[in-house]
Design a protein around this ligand. Structure first.
Ligand code: ATP
Length: 453
């Protein structure tokens, strides 16, 4: 399994992801997606949206604000509960997450308070992993980023630490305007911000990241059924976007591990080189969220059932996926190094659905009328698929460059093309080439890319 540091430097070299504010030394936990990365990210979002919103008549989307009324976070419990435990080295002043230090030492922690974590650190004689110095007292640390709204002192509020709350806030708007009836869902993709104590493992733990969340509103008695249903559907989706099943698993949360709002929770985990780690959480949140917002806002958030003429607060089944973690899992899963004719070949065997470019078009050589013909073919193909065009350098090197970013097919225009209007189509994974008539090229690509399954 490829290690994460190697993937990070590969991403930088190939214009996939860059450390943010790099010319100023970078800012821990923040990354920028480059020209290849942003295409892939957009493709993952589009696949998720298609699966969740477009294929389901009873799920609709929203795009909520990043900054909200501060009371939202009181109601959600984040102001009080969204804390991690930080411990500082007395010698080098580095800060660590107390539970991570214990877990790295093989000690299972679960939900413990600061004083219990402190005892465990002392009892197990855990020292600073950087300089072996003595660790100070464990302290609580709220992960929300504070900001001020309005001129002067302004009003203090927070950047949203999750997208879910915006969905609950719009529950009533959606019921009133979209004719949806329980059971139904609301989906959203957007940025979330958490001031993580120790961002690490490249895109895995960031301070600014993106979530793809869907909240499904159900009757209490149907909650278990829908929980199971969404658990299966979500796991299946990862195979549809090309992640190897053997690197995925579902892990049920133990009682002590459950978040304050959760009745039941499972994680979909991916097997990274640093262990099995969560990429998506599926939660039965009970009626916690809407009840709390009803209580804090004083507004009636009950659903009125026309058939039974009864009013109730729906229960919520949540599927909460991290876009950047999924992107990372896709890269790790697809990264291959192989030897071809004595030379190393790096190839990203990603699903064509996720690949930045579906096709590349090359003239074999940059003369003899081939570039002109190749540009005609590029015009034809790029009208249907994101297509890369390159006429410079050796053809072998141009193929390798496309292999590295996972372009599934390379179409080459050679001297024979000028005689019989055929091109070669090279398959990224097998490296086999076949001749195809230009008239048949689009239908051949349509079949081979299989983008719409
Ligand atoms: P963790 O325990 O790893 O901190 P979490 O249980 O707090 O994660 P959730 O609150 O359930 O995570 O968030 C839903 C999803 O958002 C996660 O499954 C993950 O994919 C993503 N996510 C959460 N925190 C981060 C982060 N700091 N960086 C990148 N993605 C994140």
């Amino acid at each position: 399994m490829v290690d994460i540091a190697k993937i990070a430097s590969f991403c930088k070299r190939r214009g996939i992801v860059f450390p943010s504010s790099e010319i100023y030394g970078g800012l821990a936990g923040f990354y920028d997606y480059g020209p290849i990365g942003i295409e892939m990210i957009n493709n993952i979002k589009a696949e998720w949206w298609k699966e969740i919103v477009h294929k389901n008549q009873n799920i609709v989307g929203i795009n909520g604000a990043i900054i909200t009324h501060p009371k939202v976070w009181e109601a959600s419990g984040h102001t009080e509960e969204f804390i991690d435990f930080v411990v500082e080295c007395e010698k080098c002043k580095s800060k660590f997450r107390a539970d991570h230090l214990l877990e790295d030492a093989g000690i299972k922690v679960g939900e413990l308070d600061a004083s219990k974590l402190n005892e465990l650190i002392k009892k197990n004689k855990i020292v600073c992993p950087k300089c072996k110095g003595k660790l100070g007292e464990v302290k609580e640390f709220n992960l929300m980023f504070k900001t001020k709204v309005g001129p002067g002192e302004g009003e203090t509020t927070y950047l949203r630490p999750e997208t879910a709350q915006l969905i609950y806030l719009n529950f009533k708007n959606i019921v009133e305007t979209s004719r949806q009836k329980v059971p139904f869902g609301i989906a959203q993709i957007g940025k979330a911000f958490r001031n993580e104590i120790s961002p690490r493992n490249f895109l895995f733990r960031m301070r600014e990241f993106e979530q793809m969340e869907m909240q499904f509103f159900v009757r209490k008695e149907d909650a278990d059924k829908f929980f199971e249903e969404w658990k299966e559907k979500r796991l299946e989706w990862y195979s549809k976007i090309g992640i190897n099943k053997k690197n995925l698993r579902i892990r049920e949360h133990e009682k002590g591990e459950l978040a304050h709002y959760a009745k039941r929770a499972v994680d979909i985990e991916y097997k990274f080189d640093f262990g099995w780690k969560e990429i998506e959480g599926i939660h039965n949140r009970g009626d916690w969220d809407l009840s709390r917002h009803e209580q804090f806002s004083g507004k009636d958030l009950k659903f009125f059932d026309e058939e039974t003429k009864s009013k109730f607060i729906p229960w919520i089944i949540e599927t909460s996926a991290g876009l950047d973690r999924i992107f990372l899992a896709i890269l790790v899963d697809a990264y291959h190094e192989e030897e071809v004719k004595g030379e190393k070949r790096v190839v990203l065997k990603i699903s064509p659905k996720i690949a930045a470019y579906k096709v590349a078009v090359f003239p074999l050589v940059n003369k003899d009328g081939l570039p002109e013909k190749a540009r005609e073919v590029f015009k034809l193909v790029s009208g249907c698929y994101p297509t890369f065009y390159d006429e410079k350098g050796s053809i072998g090197r141009r193929y390798r460059r496309m292999d590295e970013i996972g372009t599934p097919f390379c179409v080459t225009i050679d001297h024979q093309t000028l005689e019989d209007n055929t091109v070669t189509v090279r398959d990224r994974d097998t490296m086999e080439q076949k001749r195809v008539k230009i008239d048949d090229l689009l239908s051949e690509l349509y079949k081979s890319l299989n983008l719409y399954s």
